[in-house]
Design a protein around this ligand. Structure first.
Ligand SMILES: [Zn+2]
Length: 293
């Protein structure tokens, strides 16, 4: 679950106002990008025109772990996302030639959001796919004059989320405000240089464009091939997607608090269908980018 209702949704402005240390980490993660800019164009393509751009590393992130996330009547989001993610790992390695998969977790133990991004960035990932299940908040009804909370099991279908950018000036101002001069490392100071901020923004825009393109391909496969209901592709300020230096999407694979969808999400057939759908979208995305040069 990662919707506006109950999960790790962080409006961009909220990220800015608090936690200066997180902002430093944010800066540092993008310093890696800036260093990489010497060998990459904004298209994410190597400047060496003799070697074509290839998608080599796909990071699969099983949402939650450590007893967090949404719950159904007999299963939990953390169990379902891990089962789907492990199947997805095998399917990608078998069916998407020339790619390896890096997992952010392979056990029920929780992994922090920053660690997930760190794993993805350290692996030089080309694509980050976070697997989640959705859930609705309780409805409040009035029974005999008293307000009562009842489960809302009406949620259906899929949703793809990409990180909402667009507050770059605000981010830069917040970073400056919260970093004491003597604490700022050379790299962070370099990042705040206006020329570097322009490069950084261009880089982020490229991630956003490809994230939206891939999310659209995943959504099309869910809707047109599988006939799943969908809320489509949305942009939200989701922290796990914000620190990854690569195109990144979060897939809500179904509503675990809807009994029918919980059965589907827990079934072998359901999990295999979801995995096949994501794999087809990866193949399409890979072919599109690799043929672009
Ligand atoms: Zn979730």
């Amino acid at each position: 679950m990662n919707s506006i209702f109950a999960d790790k949704v962080y409006p961009g402005s909220k990220i800015m106002k608090n936690k200066p240390l997180e902002r430093v980490a944010y800066c540092l993660s993008f310093v890696i990008c800036l260093i990489s800019l010497s060998s990459y164009t904004y298209d994410g393509h190597s400047q060496d025109t003799t070697s074509k751009y290839k998608i080599k590393t796909i990071v699969v992130d099983a949402g939650h772990g450590g007893h967090t996330g949404a719950k159904g009547s007999y299963s939990t989001e953390e169990q379902v996302t891990l089962a789907i993610a492990l199947k997805l790992q095998k399917a990608i390695e078998k069916e998407v030639q020339g790619t390896k998969v890096v997992m952010t977790r392979t056990t029920p133990a929780g992994v922090s959001l920053q660690s997930r991004s760190d794993i993805a960035n350290a692996a030089n990932g080309d694509l980050f796919i976070s697997i989640h299940c959705n859930a609705l908040p309780d409805r409040v009804v009035t029974v005999h004059g008293k307000k009562k909370r009842v489960p809302d099991q009406s949620g259906r279908g899929v949703l793809e989320l990409v990180y909402r950018y667009g507050r770059d000036n605000e981010e830069a101002a917040a970073i400056r405000e919260n970093l004491f001069e003597e604490q700022a490392s050379k790299e962070v100071k370099a990042m705040l240089d206006p020329a570097n901020l322009i490069l950084l923004n261009e880089f982020k825009r490229k991630y956003r464009k490809n994230s939206i393109m891939f999310a659209g391909m995943v959504n099309d496969e869910f809707v047109e091939t599988d006939g799943r209901p969908s809320d489509g592709v949305k942009e939200q300020g989701i922290l796990v997607l914000c620190h990854t230096a690569m195109p990144s999407i979060l897939i809500e694979t179904g509503f675990i608090d809807n009994p029918k969808e919980e059965d589907f999400l827990n079934s072998e057939d359901g999990q295999n269908e979801i995995v096949s759908t994501i794999v087809r979208a990866i193949q399409k995305y890979k072919a599109t980018l690799e043929q672009a040069l």
